[in-house]
Design a protein around this ligand. Structure first.
Ligand code: PLP
Length: 366
């Protein structure tokens, strides 16, 4: 961890866990090459740190969201293949040529733009088999095959429901892509995200591209997490205060003390990516998910009470011995004792959103 003095939220990235997780995915990929999704600053973990670890572990194919992320990654990874998932636009062609990036062409208009640009570098083609986000429709992909002036470096598709390996949509998508890949014979094919890499051998083709599992998130919605945790987030206690019976805590007064309490005020809030939805009380989500977030300190779980605010969050430490908690101590928000996925669930979202949001106030400071 870099010097983060003054910060009241700190993250710890377990570098060896990133390496171990990649090796698990590489092994699961079998004969296929194992690439990596490192978009959004390596899922918030720092793309320099992450891509260097992965490269040392043998990763040579990186997927990012846009040309800006790709150009930045090129300054770190000089020799790797860098795929731009959002494809090509008029204004990104200079970056693509300067940094030898590989656009994943997503539509007939992107194919046209690419061919008319006259750029002769490698490109990839994305075929939509059911996600309805990016990619040529399957029939478009068959039709445009003959129009392509050169052979794509890669064809790919993306699962919509891979987090549930039992979902029949996976089979439908896989069948559509398998048939198409036979038409593009000799071209590297890629379909598997983390969940499919771990659970669906038939989806490996020649290149897998896991993301969340590298960063320790559970790729499955209803199965145990096979990955090692990577990120730990902690907030500093910046004040301890006594709250008297019938007093309320935080905006809206949604938490009311029944007895005298000791409350830790922590320097973390929604501006840090600590979601307002984890508030102990006073957010709509609590109607569906009864309990808000917990913190962990001095061997005990502590409850978040009242609403999370922009920069500050309050926790109940009444049950801890007085000398066990002091101003300046750190409360674990998630990491070792509280799993990232449990925390994400308490905030009504997924690990991906937590990882890419947490700590953004301080920028890439790890
Ligand atoms: C983000 C992404 C991945 C990685 O998905 P995970 O669920 O994080 O493993 C793979 N392919 C595409 C197209 C993506 O956008």
């Amino acid at each position: 961890m870099k010097n983060n003095s003054g910060q009241t939220l700190r993250r710890h990235i377990d570098r060896s866990a990133i390496a171990e997780n990649y090796q698990i995915l590489k092994k699961a990929s079998g004969a296929a090459t194992c690439g990596a999704a490192v978009k959004a600053n390596g899922y918030g973990c720092g793309v320099e740190t992450v891509s260097n670890i992965l490269a040392r572990e043998g990763c040579q194919q990186f997927f990012v969201a846009d040309a800006i992320e790709a150009a930045k990654l090129r300054t770190i990874q000089k020799d790797a293949e860098i795929f731009i998932l959002n494809g090509v636009f008029e204004d990104t062609i200079p970056l693509i040529t300067e940094h030898i990036l590989i656009p994943v062409l997503n539509s007939l208009s992107q194919i046209k733009l690419w061919q008319q640009s006259g750029v002769t570098q490698d490109f990839a083609v994305h075929i939509d088999t059911g996600m309805n986000r990016l990619g040529l429709r399957v029939n478009e992909a068959y039709n445009c095959l003959d129009d392509l002036k050169s052979v794509p470096k890669l064809i790919m598709s993306h699962f919509a429901n891979a987090d549930d390996p039992e979902d029949p949509k996976n089979t439908q998508q896989l069948e559509a892509f398998t048939a198409l890949s036979q038409k593009y014979s000799g071209v590297t094919a890629s379909m598997a995200n983390s969940a499919a890499t771990l659970s669906n051998h038939a989806a490996h083709f020649q290149l897998t591209r896991p993301g969340i599992a590298i960063y320790g998130g559970n790729p499955f919605s209803h199965l145990p997490n096979p990955m090692k945790p990577v990120v730990k987030a902690e907030a500093k206690i910046i004040d301890l205060r006594e709250v008297l019976p019938n007093e309320t805590v935080s905006y809206g007064g949604t938490f009311k003390a029944k007895e005298t309490m000791r409350v830790a005020v922590c320097g973390v809030g929604y501006a840090d990516g600590y979601p307002r939805n984890v508030s102990g009380q006073g957010v709509q989500l609590r109607e569906y998910v009864p309990n808000g977030a917990k913190g962990f300190i001095a061997g005990e779980m502590i409850n978040c009470i009242g609403r999370v605010t922009m920069d500050l969050t309050m926790f109940d430490v009444s049950h801890l011995p007085r000398n066990a908690v002091e101003i300046g101590d750190w409360v674990e928000l998630f990491g070792d004792q509280i799993t990232l996925d449990d925390f994400a669930e308490q905030s009504g979202t997924v690990s991906y959103e937590i990882l890419t949001g947490i700590g953004r106030r301080y920028g890439p400071s790890i």
